[in-house]
Design a protein around this ligand. Sequence first.
Ligand SMILES: C[S@@+](CC[C@H](N)C(=O)[O-])C[C@H]1O[C@@H](n2cnc3c(N)ncnc32)[C@H](O)[C@@H]1O
Length: 237
Amino acid sequence: MVKIIELDGVKFSLDVRPGNVRGKSDKDSFVLVKHHAFLDFYDKVKERSNPKDIMEIGMFEGGSMVYFDKLFKPTKLVGLDLRAAPIEPLEDYCEDKDHIKTYYGRSQDKEGTLQAARENFPTGIDLVVDDASHLYAQTRATFEMLFPLVRTGGTYIIEDWAWSHTPNNQNKRVPWWKQKAMTNLIFELTVLAGSYPVIANMEITRELVSITKGPGTLPATGLDLSDRLRKKKMKAI
Ligand SMILES: C[S@@+](CC[C@H](N)C(=O)[O-])C[C@H]1O[C@@H](n2cnc3c(N)ncnc32)[C@H](O)[C@@H]1O
């Protein structure tokens, strides 16, 4: 079911149906792939940290970019997506807004993501939202690139990590059956949180994981923390 909401004069259609039947944004309304639990969480992020320098990976129809612009009133908002074709309603929205920058045709796990982040946020980022591939390896690589740029007290959110545990995904016929569960990344983040103060806090809901940056830096080995596993192996699922 699609629900319409309005924020600061812009209409959003909350469309969390499967990708192939989702609607398209147009000049009257932006498609936003989020239900209320996500939006409530972003209200909480605003209340507790009021982020102003924001980067989103995975723009789809541009609804989340516009929603974040209206909710957070950022100083700088950067979006990046693998899709090559610009999202026209989003580009129209951005036309008179110098603080928004969009990148198309870039894969989240490649150098171009880091480059875009460094170019736009030379002094750090307050909020990163990864709502892109939802694949383990790409999401992990993105985290290793961008988390070091998040300011102490800033937030790194990975949406929809729990897809592998939904009833629909217990079926060998889904095309991503052989993909590693994102839960493996949650385990690794937990080991990181237990090993180094670089993670101050981690909050896991069914919708997303939200990581608050602590002081300190990611170790040189990134998320490879085998030296903190007492020579035991983590079992991949
Ligand atoms: C779930 S949609 C994003 C929904 C949007 N954030 C919202 O809330 O309305 C996922 C988006 O990620 C993009 N994507 C998929 N794989 C990607 C990758 N490897 N790098 C960058 N973007 C990717 C897709 O093109 C798609 O636009």
